[in-house]
Design a binder for this molecule. Structure first.
Ligand SMILES: [Fe+2]
Ligand SMILES: [Fe+2]
Length: 333
């Protein structure tokens, strides 16, 4: 396959796009397998802090003071774990769309196996370190998985590639910042390892999106614009998500500022999306919509920064717990 801009403006079918991108998937899969380093989730879990719980073993019931985690660390770890827990739904969505054969299928299964490690290590950490109420966590998992997850982008491989390029980076940033804010160096180390996997996933999909932009620039630009303007985190359906998201935003783990500066912009800049030339009318319109949306988001993020700073200042003045980080992000760039 040679990746060149289609001289005609005829839209490529999904089947044609998947076929034409398969060579890139194979190349990126091989690159991924070369750079991915095996790691063992059990090595990151502080088993020495663990002991039997109440129930059939007659151990000690859970109570909040048993763990050193900050409040935002607990809230964020639960959201991140429940998000990882819905892997069967994500697998279903991408296996249905990308297929289970050839290079696409090999990637789908490799990615799924790597992602499963994340819920394993997160749950083992939370239970061994008695960080959260284990019964509440289990009930939340049941409720969340019973609902399943239906992708906003299941209608289109291009939209899905664009979405996951941003979403993997969002997950990386969320895990990394959760570790920084957790108050436990053991948790921070574990989440740095998980975040490293998410970064490699982001690079895979970002490189695939780059190839799609060369293969079908107008279609890919429209997909990027629609995905960015309608972006929602995959955990949005979980119980208590809105309240948890507000806490996570205030705590500097994930908010509008971080979404704009640390997730959208790095991918868009790397792909030189706003400088893409040679677009047809549909691509140009999408590029303009994307630019307008980013301008609006910048303004919203500034208003959020001001509200957050004022709220944290009021809390500090009242002698309440202030957040350890006053700025909105910028970690680990
Ligand atoms: Fe993950
Ligand atoms: Fe991932």
């Amino acid at each position: 396959m040679s990746i060149t801009s289609s001289p005609s403006r005829t839209a490529l079918s999904d089947a044609r796009l998947l076929h034409d991108l398969e060579e890139v998937v194979e190349r990126e899969l091989n690159r991924h397998l070369r750079v991915f380093k095996e790691w063992m989730p059990h090595e990151y879990v502080p088993w020495g802090r663990g002991r039997d719980f109440d129930g059939p073993l007659g151990g000690e019931p859970w109570s909040p003071e048993q763990s050193p985690l900050t409040e935002v660390g607990r809230v964020s770890l639960v959201v991140n774990l429940l998000t990882e827990d819905n892997l069967p739904s994500y697998h279903h969505e991408i296996a249905t769309l990308f297929g289970r054969d050839g290079a696409w299928g090999t990637w789908v299964h490799q990615w799924t196996a790597e992602e499963a490690r994340h819920s394993i290590v997160l749950r083992d950490y939370l239970l061994a370190s008695r960080a959260v109420d284990p019964a509440a966590l289990e009930r939340a998992r049941m409720s969340h998985m019973r609902n399943g997850f239906v992708s906003d982008n299941g209608h289109s491989p291009l939209h899905t590639v664009a979405y996951v390029a941003f979403q993997e980076l969002a997950t990386r940033v969320s895990h990394r910042n959760t570790g920084h804010e957790s108050g436990d160096p053991v948790c921070d180390r574990m989440l740095a390892q998980v975040a490293n996997d998410e970064n490699l996933h982001m690079v895979f999909y970002r490189n695939l999106l780059k190839a799609a932009l060369e293969l079908a620039p107008d279609q890919a630009m429209q997909a990027v614009a629609e995905v960015v303007t309608g972006f929602r985190m995959p955990g949005h359906g979980m119980p208590g998500f809105e309240r948890a998201a507000a806490r996570i935003a205030l705590g500097g783990v994930y908010n509008l500022r971080i979404h704009h500066d640390d997730v959208l912009q790095p991918v868009l800049r790397h792909l030189r999306i706003m400088e893409t030339a040679g677009l047809g009318p549909d691509g140009l319109r999408a590029q303009q919509q994307l630019g307008d949306h980013l301008d609006a988001l910048t303004a919203q993020a500034s208003r959020f920064d001001e509200r957050r700073a004022a709220l944290l200042a009021r809390r500090a003045a009242a002698g309440g717990a202030s957040e350890p980080r006053a700025n909105g992000g910028g970690h680990d760039r």
